[in-house]
Design a protein around this ligand. Structure first.
Ligand SMILES: *[C@@H]1O[C@H](CO)[C@@H](O)[C@H](O)[C@H]1NC(C)=O
Ligand SMILES: *[C@@H]1O[C@H](CO)[C@@H](O)[C@H](O)[C@H]1NC(C)=O
Length: 135
């Protein structure tokens, strides 16, 4: 089992990813969840960096409507130096099932005394009905 961690839903994902610059934002009131993302237009990919003050899992969901259901979710954690990373999809207020095809790819992951950080990428359009398209 993984420890309690930190999970955040990004609302209206499609719109905010439409420009080229690097974006950085803090997604929780305690300032523990830092995210930045970068659109690689030529590669048609998006790269996310998460830095979260936790030793449990970190999760990110892209939600079409602000809810869990129908959202495109990744979860990851580091244990004994190994990265665990899964592409999931929200089906309501419960543990999101793992997608049949894994369209998000982890690039690096690290855990130190205070933080878990993950870097991962995804094609903007995955052609997977369990993912959300980013356009
Ligand atoms: C989730 O959305 C699907 C499709 O829109 C719907 O059929 C289902 O009832 C919803 N589930 C929950 C728990 O809201
Ligand atoms: C732990 O990692 C976080 C996030 O990458 C970083 O901000 C922090 O400085 C690191 N702490 C130490 C002691 O290296």
């Amino acid at each position: 089992m993984i420890n309690a961690g930190s999970f955040v839903l990004l609302f209206s994902a499609g719109v905010i990813f439409c420009d080229d610059s690097v974006h950085t934002t803090v997604l929780d009131p305690d300032g523990k969840y830092h995210i930045s993302w970068e659109l690689l237009r030529e590669e048609q990919e998006i790269v996310f960096h998460l830095e979260v003050q936790t030793h449990g899992y970190v999760g990110l969901g892209l939600s079409p409507n602000g809810g869990m259901n129908g959202s495109d979710i990744v979860t990851g954690w580091i244990k004994d130096g190994k990265i665990y990373f899964q592409d999931r999809h929200g089906t309501g207020n419960r543990l999101p099932p793992v997608d049949r095809t894994q369209d998000w790819h982890v690039l690096s992951g690290n855990e130190n005394d205070t933080h878990t950080s993950l870097v991962f990428r995804r094609k903007l359009i995955t052609c997977d009905q369990e993912d959300m398209e980013i356009d």
